[in-house]
Design a protein around this ligand. Sequence first.
Ligand code: DX5
Ligand code: ZN
Length: 227
Amino acid sequence: DRRGVVAASLLAADAGHLGDAADAVLHAGADWLHVDIFDGSKASNGALSSMGPQTVKALRRRLPDAYLDVHVGCRDPSAVVETLLADGCSSGLTFQFESCASLDAAKALAGEIRQGGCDVGICLAPETPISAITSLLDAGLVDMVDVLAVAPGRGGQSFDGAAALPKLRALREKYPGLRLQVDGGIDATTAPDAVEAGADVLVAGSYIFRAGDAAEAVAALREAFPS
Ligand code: DX5
Ligand code: ZN
């Protein structure tokens, strides 16, 4: 079985010192850097992040070996994904399922990401049931599902376990080998429930970046994983 992953969400970092913050959080023990790219559209729930493909390039220059877990919530996800693939700086590319024009568009995008050499992720907003993506999962097109436990686009919201936990449980039961990411409202209190339900990748923004000691926060999250 696979080692649990702690992904630090840079949305909560000080944008004026992003490189230093990324560096620091890796030194504090985080496994991955989670980079949210939101364009202010309906697809991003109105949220506009300061991070874009240039940010991913800059992070890659500074941190050649880091796992850059990029989450795209944009009106036209394929255009953004194509730019990211052409840059070749992302490790994993996760797109918001709701922003795809159709199921076929989502399948094509998943195929492009895999073809481009990145891990393929698909993200479900709290209101989207897993039945929406079972055909993609059954076809083996997806490496990781990101189960959002908050409305997409903003950090600092509280964990919606009623939305996220049943989805995690159902996905874990049906797809034992799938990476299952949980994103939104993760802290030392909510992480154990998410892991118990099947999550193996914990994304945390506010909890890590607002902690006095990021290493302690990362260690507290890691406690949720079975040793
Ligand atoms: C929400 C983003 C998350 C966000 C999580 O759409 O995808 O990555 O940064 O922030 P916290 O951990 O503060 O809930
Ligand atoms: Zn995210």
